[in-house]
Design a binder for this molecule. Structure first.
Ligand SMILES: C[S@@+](CC[C@H](N)C(=O)[O-])C[C@H]1O[C@@H](n2cnc3c(N)ncnc32)[C@H](O)[C@@H]1O
Length: 268
């Protein structure tokens, strides 16, 4: 089972965002374990404080290091306070890193606009991992010292700034989960999706064959599977060429694929 531990101030957003449709079923069937940790449970005082003003001035509030450290430890240790009590009160960054690496070597990702951009290849890579930890920032973000201590890998949804990492992790876990064997009803369904083979998916149609005068392409009704596959491939190549030609720079097309593409461009 793949386990995803999400550290957040707003677990309800993540829970509601993922507990429906295919991913919701994967959670219910135990194909993935979604472990939501509320950082506020580790607040520094009885008022539930988890953030404070920025040193050096600036607007907004920053999430503090201490509640995040304890929330992270709670994933792996039954009693984070006890674990910390057994460490010296002060450590160097390297000492912190070494100690926490011994607690767990699970990769910890920080959702951040500064991070590596998330894409289908990364989703496929992460779908292979047994346990991943995701840290969602909110407000102005997070004190850099805990990010350094946990040696986070930064992951971005794109070049824009969200209110919090919660919506980003919902999107990313959706993309990752559907690649886990057994999650999609048909084992290889995602192999035909856009990006899986470096191309966009071809246009698709369902009933009725004639919808208000608009016909489904004849070939798809022919029952001739080899011709249908060739047609689909040519339309997938065309779609990619017309909408995302940058993808073709990375994908080495074979001679027959180039001929198919040229043919569909001529018949477009
Ligand atoms: C308002 S943002 C903080 C942005 C930060 N002050 C900056 O300019 O880089 C609050 C949180 O939302 C999340 N976030 C914002 N944009 C994101 C993006 N493009 N991808 C992933 N997470 C994002 C991060 O966790 C971030 O800490």
């Amino acid at each position: 089972m793949n386990k995803y531990s999400v550290l957040t101030l707003f677990p309800d957003i993540v829970n509601q965002g993922l507990n429906y449709s295919i991913v919701g079923r994967a959670i219910k069937e135990g194909l993935i374990d979604l472990n939501l940790i509320n950082i506020r449970d580790f607040a520094i005082n009885d008022y539930g404080q988890v953030d404070d003003k920025l040193y050096g001035g600036g607007t907004g509030m920053l999430m503090m290091a201490e509640p995040i450290l304890k929330a992270w430890l709670s994933i792996f240790k039954p009693d984070p306070e006890q674990y910390l009590a057994e460490l010296p009160a002060e450590l160097t960054l390297t000492e912190w890193q070494n100690n926490l690496q011994q607690v767990s070597e699970a990769r910890t990702f920080f959702l951040s606009p500064k991070g590596q951009k998330f894409d289908q290849n990364l989703a496929a890579e992460l779908a292979q991992e047994d346990h991943l930890v995701f840290l969602c920032g909110h407000y102005e973000g997070i004190d850099q010292r805990i990010l350094d201590t946990l040696q986070v890998e930064e992951l971005s949804l794109g070049d824009f700034v969200l209110t919090g990492g919660e919506s980003a992790i919902v999107v990313m876990l959706d993309a990752i989960t559907r690649l886990i064997p057994g999650v999609l009803p048909e084992a290889e369904a995602h192999q035909a999706d856009s990006f899986a083979q470096g191309l966009l998916e071809e246009p698709q149609y369902t009933r009725p064959a004639n919808w208000r005068g608009l016909e489904v392409p004849d070939i798809l009704l022919s029952g001739h599977q080899a011709k249908i596959e060739k047609y689909r491939k040519s339309k997938s190549l065309l779609e990619t060429f017309l909408k995302r030609s940058d993808l073709l720079e990375n994908k080495k097309l074979s001679e027959s694929e180039w001929l198919l593409l040229i043919d569909s461009l001529n018949n477009n």
